[in-house]
Structure formats: structure tokens, C-alpha cells
Ligand binder design. Structure first.
Ligand code: 3PG
Length: 211
């Protein structure tokens, strides 16, 4: 858990990726990695998601691939079976968190209320997804929550982009920043992997100068 969470910290950004076609998974992973972002959260929003995870796990093992938008325990198990090395969920499902912890799979559940954070902490979690960050108060919301919950960190997603990345990363309660801007659906559809590499490179430069 800690090694992978350290990698999130070092990389600083977590691309949230929606793939309609599993054949795009590998070029997208290679482009992100070439730009210095060796992490990919493949969302389980499409039929191609599990095959995409499998393809990266097999052919680009240097990239840390995980599953996002994991809504059920069955999806969670299927993602790990496909090669996911971490699990991200938009909300907090205790049975999913428990299964991940029991199986040494790093898990980032979305927690935006004090009660959810307290439940997660009780289970041993210290890093939470904060989604949708732009709706739940952004930096102000996370700052307020980090006052009573000393030492916890957030991975905000929802509304993060190249413009606000530096501001987010500068906050002491931010572990890493997630978002779709790094590997956008449109860029994948257009086969514009060079743009994906460039955006990853720009984000990596911001991470290096900020954390
Ligand atoms: C998501 O799960 O869709 C993420 O929060 C991405 O949000 P974004 O498109 O605003 O980056």
C-alpha cells in the first residue's frame, strides 16, 4: 500500500482515463509514461476497461495501472484479476475497502464528509479521493476537513486541470491530483498521443517544481 501511495506522491498526478477501445490503452500508457506520468487510472465506465487494464499490465508493466469508477465489490475483484494494482472508487463502500485491505490492494475511496473520513480512518486509511472536488468546496473544503483529521491527505478529482494543478499541489493536505485533462477522451479518439505526452510532460514539470 505504502509503496504505491508513495508513487502517487512522487508522480503527483493521476490521469483518469476513459477508453472506448482497448487498442488505445497501450499507446496512451506509453505516451503518459514518456511525459513522466507512469500512472493510469482506467475507469470502469466502458466495456473496454478491463481489457485495457489487462493490456497495460501485460505490455507496459512499468506503468502503474489501476481501476477507477469501481462501484461494486465484484467490479473491484474483476479489476484486480485483470491486473489493477490499485482501486479508486467515487464513494465509500466499506466492504470494498475491507476486501482491498485484506488483499493488500491500495484503495482510494471517495470521502467528502467527516463521517466518511472517520469510517475510513477507522479502517486504517490515511489517503482519500475527494470527488467531485470542485463541487465539495475545492481547496477550502479539504483544508477545513484536514484541520480535525490531522495527517490525512486527499487526492482531489473533478475540475482539476493544468491551470490549477500548482495551486492544488502546493497545499500540504494534497497527496496527488487526479483528472481527465491529461489523457482526454477526445485526444485518444483523435489518436493524438503526442498531445498526451506533452500534457504529461507539462504536468510533471509542475510537480517537480512544486512538491
Ligand atoms: C472523474 O472521475 O470523472 C474525475 O473526477 C475526472 O474529473 P475531470 O474530468 O473534471 O478531471
Amino acid at each position: 500500500m505504502n509503496t504505491i501511495m508513495n508513487r502517487f506522491r512522487e508522480t503527483g498526478v493521476v490521469p483518469v482515463v476513459v477508453l472506448e477501445n482497448a487498442k488505445d490503452a497501450l499507446p496512451a500508457a506509453i505516451a503518459l509514461n514518456a511525459g513522466g506520468v507512469g500512472i493510469m487510472e482506467i475507469t470502469l465506465r466502458t466495456d473496454a476497461a478491463l481489457a485495457s487494464i489487462k493490456s497495460i499490465a501485460k505490455d507496459a508493466p512499468e506503468v502503474l495501472v489501476g481501476a477507477g469508477t469501481v462501484l461494486t465489490l465484484d467490479q473491484c475483484k474483476a479489476s484486480v484479476e485483470a491486473g489493477s494494482r490499485f482501486i479508486v472508487s467515487p464513494g465509500f463502500r466499506p466492504e470494498m475497502v475491507r476486501w482491498c485491505l485484506d488483499n493488500s490492494i491500495p484503495v482510494l475511496p471517495g470521502c467528502v464528509t467527516p463521517t466518511e473520513i472517520m469510517e475510513g480512518m477507522e479502517m486504517g486509511l490515511r489517503v482519500f479521493k475527494f470527488f467531485p472536488a470542485n463541487v465539495y468546496g475545492g481547496l477550502k473544503g479539504m483544508k477545513a476537513l484536514s484541520a480535525p483529521f490531522v495527517g490525512i491527505k486527499f487526492v482531489p478529482t473533478g475540475g482539476a486541470n493544468a491551470e490549477n494543478l500548482k495551486e492544488y499541489l502546493s497545499a500540504p493536505f494534497i497527496h496527488a491530483v487526479g483528472g481527465s485533462w491529461l489523457c482526454a477522451k477526445e485526444d485518444i479518439a483523435a489518436g493524438n498521443f503526442e498531445k498526451i505526452r506533452k500534457l504529461a510532460g507539462e504536468a510533471s514539470a509542475v510537480v517537480k517544481e512544486t512538491i
